[in-house]
Design a protein around this ligand. Structure first.
Ligand code: FES
Ligand code: FES
Length: 178
């Protein structure tokens, strides 16, 4: 089937197998390998992208269902002079500042889900961040720094500046060294 979609600001038109998942089309057809596949069964959230501004697990959608859509992947999130990607999005900066990643496999999905979360709720509580990201799994971080990263990005986007410090500055939880 002929499918037309805008991805990271570029319009593509391709012949796509009707059974092909959007995540495979993005990676194999359009070079968006920054969107990883963690499970292919809509469980992990690593493949999350924005479709018409809303976060969606791209392995839960057929490419043909995204015909006509405006899609943003992690590779299109940064901005900069003439679209060079020179300036990271505040959520990306916050993940870097607050060590919101370790292996990084979940990170593109986490970041895209957080961008959508903060669009819908610019001033979330910690619980609201945890609830908003519960469809995205991380095997490395224990989520503490991811939550802090999102809260810091929220503060930055509201114009209040990032949250100071990083996880390493936080006091050790009681009993952690026992
Ligand atoms: Fe899509 Fe895991 S690869 S949710
Ligand atoms: Fe490794 Fe999240 S940083 S899975």
């Amino acid at each position: 089937m002929r499918v037309r979609m805008k991805v990271d600001g570029v319009t593509y038109e391709d012949d796509v197998e009707p059974r092909k998942l959007l995540t495979h089309h993005l990676r194999e057809g359009l070079g968006r390998v920054g969107t990883p596949i963690g499970c292919d069964t809509s469980n992990c959230g690593s493949c999350t992208v924005l479709i018409d501004g809303d976060s969606v697990k791209s392995c839960s959608v057929l490419a043909v269902q995204a015909d006509g859509a405006d899609i943003t992947t992690i590779q299109g999130l940064a901005t900069g002079p003439e679209g060079t990607g020179a300036e990271w999005h505040p959520v990306q900066k916050a993940f870097q500042q607050h060590h919101g990643l370790q292996c990084g496999y979940c990170t593109p999905g986490m970041v895209m889900a957080a961008v959508d979360l903060l669009k819908r709720n610019p001033n979330p509580t910690e619980d609201e961040v945890r609830h908003g990201l519960e469809g995205n799994l991380c095997r490395c971080t224990g989520y503490q720094n991811i939550v802090k990263s999102v809260l810091s990005a929220a503060s930055e986007l509201r114009g209040d500046g990032p949250i100071a410090g990083s996880f390493q500055d936080a006091p050790e939880p009681a009993g952690a060294s026992a």
